[in-house]
Ligand binder design. Structure first.
Ligand code: NAG
Ligand code: NAG
Ligand code: NAG
Length: 495
């Protein structure tokens, strides 16, 4: 019986994968014609300028008072002012075709296969009626089609609020455990075949990580995943996949819809009557570490899934400054001040933007105090000349009372930074665009804000303090008369 169920599950998965693949292929085959020449990067498909930031607000609680509403509206205008600043609207050269992640042209036979799939709409899923017209594509597909060599989504991408809202509100058709990771996470599927990665709340927002816990055994935090997306966007990187918070009904939206029997078996009722589960994984998947609804409602983060690996393979790179992941050993970089000189001579850091991309990631990680960046990924199709995906930020924002200077080591040792990054960091240190204010405002747009602010105030102040440290570090480099501190990626921009 179990074997039979298992086979059926496998079959379902294979079917889902096929549907997803074929749909990708079908739409990808039209991709070249979707972008009229005048519409190529840096503008989003459709060339619609997106100006109303308010419309990115998701479902807000009615419970908040008029005073707070007022503050929030005022704050949104300051975030809007930041995003209108020329440093966020730099004129980039048009992208050639090979700068889009998905651009496969398929043959007629494959399109016929797709037609066959389209006629078989599955139970619980929407009927598929999209074609080569971009406005018929579901938002997850528009997101995938908008990924380019240098960013995951465009500045003022008008699909982004649509995607976030869809992930935050769509019915959940299926929830299964994601295999491979060390901690519990679920892949949730929506009626339009979109998918998102769910990480449950494990720690209260005001709690700090236990100081005796090594970073590699720290919990993953759902609010850190959400905050990292907002921080990365405010820094102007756009290298974290869109993440949104959501209250999940653990019975109706996980237990009742899962086909994952290993997961279903771990559900139980706690002594106070809350519904809990713990799943199967290598860390913290036991009754002692169960995640529990109250009594059924569970907070979590939902991250938009990147295109399937079969369609857009990724390459994983060792971070040259990775930690030793041992309780006793130091890594070479920790006691070799000239370590960067060697890195600078080693491909792919010896050319292009790889080193300054790594510095961008370093700055993001120092600001959010994420020590867990042993590897990073890129899209294989773009070779060495592409942005670094800032995936997996669940271990960020663990502590606010302490900074972790070692995270900044690549910047300290290399003394190199993109000019556009530096100028945006300086902007975010000005009273008018203070980083903590921008983050508070941006995070107030997440649906979970109605439960509680996503980051406690001490975390927000820590951001300003750490930003000052980054700027001081760069000033120190400049004072030492290094003549190659600044990598000028925006020579036409005068400040
Ligand atoms: C922006 O959108 C919101 C609702 O989505 C609307 O109430 C507001 O008037 C709009 N603002 C502008 C400037 O268009
Ligand atoms: C796509 O479908 C819409 C209706 O859903 C239709 O109006 C449009 O003409 C179709 N476009 C193409 C290129 O087939
Ligand atoms: C890309 O980087 C690798 C190092 O990992 C190097 O061996 C390869 O030659 C580089 N490719 C190009 C085209 O520079």
């Amino acid at each position: 019986m179990r074997a039979c169920r298992y086979r059926r599950l496998q079959g379902m998965c294979a079917l889902l994968l096929c549907v997803s693949l074929v749909l990708h292929m079908l739409v990808a085959s039209f991709i070249l014609s979707l972008y009229p020449p005048s519409c190529k990067s840096p503008q989003p498909p459709g060339c619609q300028p997106y100006t109303n930031l308010t419309s990115t607000s998701l479902t807000h609680s009615e419970r908040r008072g008029a005073h707070e509403e007022h503050v929030e509206v005022m704050d949104l205008s300051s975030l809007e002012a930041l995003f209108s600043h020329p440093l966020y609207n730099l004129h980039l050269p048009p992208s050639p075709d090979e700068d889009w992640l998905l651009k496969v042209r398929t043959k007629g036979s494959e399109e016929q296969n797709a037609a066959q799939w389209i006629s078989n709409s599955k139970e619980g899923y929407d009927h598929i009626d999209w074609n080569s017209s971009a406005n018929t594509h579901p938002s997850w597909l528009q997101f995938h089609l908008g990924i380019s060599r240098w960013q995951l989504y465009q500045h003022r991408d008008d699909n982004l609020p649509v995607l976030l809202k869809q992930i935050a509100t769509s019915r959940i058709v299926s929830a299964v455990q994601k295999t491979g990771g060390t901690q519990l996470k679920l892949v949730m599927t929506f009626p339009n075949y979109g998918q998102a990665l769910f990480k449950p709340m494990k720690q209260q927002r005001h709690e700090e990580t236990n100081v005796n816990l090594y970073y590699f055994s720290d919990f993953e935090r759902h609010n850190a995943e959400i905050a990292a997306f907002h921080l990365d966007r405010i820094l102007g990187f756009r290298r974290v996949p869109p993440v949104v918070g959501r209250l999940i009904d653990v019975i109706k939206e996980i237990k009742d819809v899962t086909t994952d029997h290993k997961l279903a078996r771990t559900f139980f009722n706690s002594p106070v009557g809350n519904t809990c589960f713990y799943g199967q994984c290598s860390y913290y998947c036991s009754t002692e570490h169960a995640v529990c609804g109250r009594p059924q409602a569970l907070e979590g983060s939902l991250a938009a899934m990147l295109p399937d690996l079969t369609l857009a393979p990724r390459r994983s790179w060792k971070n040259p400054w990775r930690r030793s992941y041992s309780r006793s050993k130091l890594a070479l970089w920790e006691n070799t001040p000239t370590y960067c000189n060697a890195v600078k001579k080693t491909p792919p850091y010896d050319r292009g933007t790889r080193l300054v991309d790594l510095i961008d990631m370093t700055i993001l990680d120092f600001l959010q105090s994420n020590m867990d960046r042993h590897h990073y990924e890129t899209f294989e199709i773009f070779g060495n000349n592409t942005f670094l995906l800032h995936l997996d930020n669940g271990r960020a924002f663990g502590r606010y009372s302490k900074d972790e200077p070692s995270i900044l080591t690549p910047l300290v040792q290399c003394c190199r930074i993109r000019r556009s990054t530096l100028l945006r960091l300086r902007l975010l240190s000005l009273p008018h665009y203070r980083l903590s204010d921008m983050m508070r405002t941006s995070l107030s747009q997440d649906p979970l804000f109605s439960v509680a602010p996503l980051l406690a105030e001490p975390h927000l102040s820590a951001l300003d303090r750490r930003l000052a440290t980054v700027l001081k570090t760069i000033q120190h480099c400049l004072n030492q008369q290094h003549n190659d501190v600044i990598y000028d990626d925006i020579p036409d921009y005068s400040d």
